[in-house]
Ligand binder design. Structure first.
Ligand code: AMP
Ligand code: MG
Length: 337
């Protein structure tokens, strides 16, 4: 549950830029215009801020988020650019193009921002208000559309206020956004670049720059998010996992631990048999779902690395961020081939 907070609205300008940068660096949430739609920004290196962002949107899933930066140099510090990524960045940045690349070594972006993936979605927006804010902030900023989950993406500050007032710290009003559709997403991971989501930059323009057709097509019907904004195409096995999944098998809702299992605990009460677990990590000793969200992916990775064949997961409440945590655990537990 998100307590109501005071949402300030500032007209774009130097004062708003400074306030936004300060708010982001303090872990707050700032809605700002890009050339596509208004984004809801949080410091991409701050897992607590990202958990707050999910709570504010009421998003029932942890999807990987796009990290926004002021220029291509900042992007190159976070991700590894192959030749295709360099070409596309040179041609279309700043602009409505998102590149999914491998994370660079020591990349400070939080696991919660990438939903545990080793890849990172990066974009340099072409909107003077966004650029000024990102430059002043000096950190990557994740920014899904600034609307409640299931609602339409906002193209004016008034849309943002109608949806998120009382749930976010600041809205920078920079007028209506010019493009109105989301960014095109292309994965550049060393192999043939792949179109994950159609958007503001047309496929033909990308292919002209690359001098070759893009692999894969847009997402099939039925796979789009509610309220607009299509999801990326499902990815061929082995090319790019769309979701982080541990190697270990997951056993959800575990009220006791079997010998040899690893335990992902939640809250102060531990399941029976915890003494037989090969490894135990707690998502939140005090039963706080936002804290649990910040630890989810790191704990899954660490328990997977323990070598246990099974990760037993204690029951987790489904309210608030618990729904997104449960969704992620169910998907991590799904059988895969
Ligand atoms: P939005 O914030 O609405 O523009 O949506 C961001 C989109 O980028 C989502 O559909 C994500 O699935 C996609 N995305 C972000 N990071 C990655 C990644 N590392 N790999 C694949 N898709 C990604
Ligand atoms: Mg959206």
């Amino acid at each position: 549950m998100t307590a109501t907070i005071l949402t300030r609205v500032l007209a774009a300008g130097p004062e708003a830029t400074e306030a936004a940068a300060r708010t982001l660096r303090a872990g707050g949430l700032v809605a700002f215009p890009t050339e596509t739609v208004y984004g809801l920004g949080a410091d991409a290196t701050d897992a607590t801020a990202i958990a707050r962002l999910y709570a504010a949107k009421g998003r029932p899933r942890f999807n990987p988020l796009i990290a926004h930066v002021a220029d291509a140099d900042a992007a190159r510090r976070l991700g590894r650019f192959d030749d295709a990524a360099e070409k596309l960045a040179a041609a279309f940045w700043p602009g409505p193009l998102t590149l999914v690349v491998d994370k660079a070594d020591g990349c400070p972006v939080a696991d919660l921002a990438t939903a545990g993936l080793d890849t990172l979605a990066l974009r340099v927006p072409a909107h003077p208000v966004a650029t000024a804010m990102l430059a002043a902030c000096g950190r990557p900023v994740v920014a899904p559309s600034a609307n409640r989950s299931g609602h339409v993406s906002p193209t004016t500050a008034a849309h943002v206020v109608a949806d998120l007032s009382g749930r976010i710290d600041l809205v920078i009003d920079g007028g209506a956004t010019p493009v109105g559709v989301e960014s095109t997403i292309v994965a550049c991971l060393g192999g043939p670049p792949r179109l994950l989501r159609p958007g503001g930059v047309p496929r033909e323009a990308l292919e002209q720059v690359l001098g070759a057709p893009l692999a894969a097509g847009p997402a099939p019907a039925g796979d789009s998010a509610p309220g607009g904004g299509s999801e990326p195409a499902p990815l061929a096995p082995g090319m790019l996992a769309s979701h982080y999944a541990p190697r270990a098998r997951m056993r959800l809702g575990a009220t006791r631990v079997a010998p040899g299992e690893a335990l992902l605990a939640f809250g102060a009460r531990l399941p029976d048999g915890v003494g037989d677990a090969v490894a135990v990590l707690n998502l939140s000793e005090r039963g706080d779902l936002a804290e649990a969200a910040t630890r989810l992916f790191a704990h899954l990775r660490a328990l997977d690395a323990s070598g246990a064949a099974v990760i037993a997961v204690a029951p987790i409440p489904r309210h608030g961020l618990g729904a997104a945590i449960a969704d992620r655990l169910v998907r991590a537990a799904a059988p895969r081939g």
